[in-house]
Design a binder for this molecule. Structure first.
Ligand code: PSU
Ligand code: MN
Length: 306
C-alpha cells in the first residue's frame, strides 16, 4: 500500500492551466461554508465569491476534502455537498492527515487551506476573519491553529482582521512574535471583522495590489517562510460599529461559557449566536466582508503574476 498517495491533491485541468499560464489564482476555504454560515447563505456565498474572483480576471479554487481526498477547486456538486452534509469535519493541521487517512469529508479552516494551497502552488487566499487568541486564553489556552499555520506557509491571506470575538491585542502580539506582517489595506487601523475599526494602529499599509505584491516578494526573498496577512475593512454600508456589537459579543461569550462550549465548536457557536441576536445584521456584515476580501485577493493574485 502506498501511504504517500493519501496526500495527493486533485486539481482540475483548467486550474492547472491557470497556474502555468500566469492567470492569477485565488484559494478560498470551506470551513466558512460548512461551519461558519447558515444555509442557504453558505452555498450562495461560495458561488458568489467564485464569481467575484472570475469577474476580476482571476481563477477561484475553493479547497476542501472530499471523502479523504484533498481537492483544489471544488466543483458545483462538491460545493453543494460541502454546504449541506452534516458529517464534514472542521480541519486544521492537527487533524488533516487523519481526515485523509480516514477517508472523511473535511472543511478546511484557514490553517488547513494554507497548507493545501501552498502545496498546490497557490500564493493568494481569501477568507473572512482569521482565528486568533481567544479571550480568556490564559486559562483555556485556546489559540487558533490559524496563527501557527500563518507563520509557516507563504501565502498572501486576505481577511477583515481577526474575528471580533477574539482578544485582538493578544492576537496582534502573537502575529508579531510569529513574524507575520499585517498589512492594512487602504487603512491604518486593524479592522475588527464586523466593524471597520478596532482602535489598534497598524505599522504597515498598502493602497493597491501592487504594493502588497512587492511587500510579499520582499518578505519571501528574505528567506521567510510564512504568510502575509492583508487586512481589509468590511464595506462601510454593511459594518456594525464596534460599540454597537460589543454587548452582543459579550452575551454570546457568556452563553458559550455557561453552555460549556469548547474547542472547535466555540467559533461556530459564537458566530451563530451573534447572527441570531443581531437579527441577521452580523450575517450581512460577514457575507459582505467575505465578498470584499475575494475581490481584493483576486486583484492581488493578478498583481502577483504581472
Ligand atoms: N471567516 C469567517 N467565518 C468563518 C471562518 C473564517 O467569516 O467561519 C473560519 C475559518 O476557517 C477559520 C476558522 O480558520 O473560522 C477559525 O476557527 P477557530 O477559531 O476554531 O480556529
Ligand atoms: Mn480554538
Amino acid at each position: 500500500m502506498n501511504h504517500s498517495s493519501l496526500a495527493r491533491f486533485s486539481l482540475s485541468p483548467a486550474l492547472a492551466r491557470a497556474l502555468t499560464s500566469g492567470t492569477g489564482v485565488v484559494a478560498l476555504e470551506s470551513t466558512v461554508i460548512a461551519h461558519g454560515l447558515p444555509a442557504p447563505h453558505n452555498l450562495e456565498l461560495a458561488r458568489e465569491c467564485e464569481s467575484i474572483v472570475q469577474e476580476q480576471g482571476a481563477a477561484p479554487a475553493t479547497i476542501g476534502i472530499i471523502a479523504g481526498h484533498p481537492v483544489i477547486g471544488l466543483d458545483e456538486a462538491q460545493l453543494q455537498e460541502m454546504a449541506s452534509r452534516q458529517d464534514v469535519a472542521k480541519v486544521n493541521l492537527s487533524n488533516l492527515a487523519q481526515t485523509l487517512a480516514g477517508q472523511k469529508w473535511g472543511a478546511t479552516t484557514v490553517a488547513a487551506t494554507l497548507c493545501l494551497a501552498h502545496r498546490a502552488g497557490l500564493q493568494v487566499f481569501a477568507t473572512g476573519g482569521i482565528g486568533g487568541v481567544h479571550r480568556g486564553a490564559s486559562n483555556s489556552f485556546d489559540i487558533s491553529a490559524d496563527l501557527t499555520a500563518l507563520s509557516r506557509f507563504p501565502v498572501i491571506t486576505v481577511c477583515a482582521g481577526a474575528k471580533a470575538i477574539l482578544d485582538l491585542p493578544k492576537t496582534m502580539e502573537m502575529l508579531e512574535t510569529l513574524g507575520v506582517p499585517v498589512i492594512g489595506y487602504q487603512t491604518d487601523e486593524l479592522p475588527a471583522f464586523y466593524s471597520r475599526k478596532s482602535g489598534i494602529k497598524l505599522d504597515i499599509r498598502a493602497d493597491d495590489p501592487f504594493q502588497v505584491a512587492t511587500l510579499a516578494q520582499t518578505h519571501w526573498e528574505l528567506g521567510n517562510t510564512g504568510a502575509i496577512l492583508v487586512v481589509a475593512p468590511v464595506p462601510e454600508t454593511d459594518q456594525i460599529p464596534a460599540d454597537e456589537i460589543a454587548e452582543v459579543i459579550e452575551e454570546a461569550l457568556s452563553a458559550a461559557d455557561s453552555q460549556g462550549i469548547s474547542g472547535k465548536a466555540v467559533t461556530p457557536f459564537l458566530l451563530a449566536r451573534i447572527a441570531e441576536k443581531t437579527a441577521g445584521r452580523s450575517l450581512q456584515a460577514n457575507l459582505a466582508l467575505l465578498k470584499n476580501n475575494a475581490r481584493i485577493a483576486a486583484q492581488i493574485a493578478k498583481a502577483m503574476v504581472e
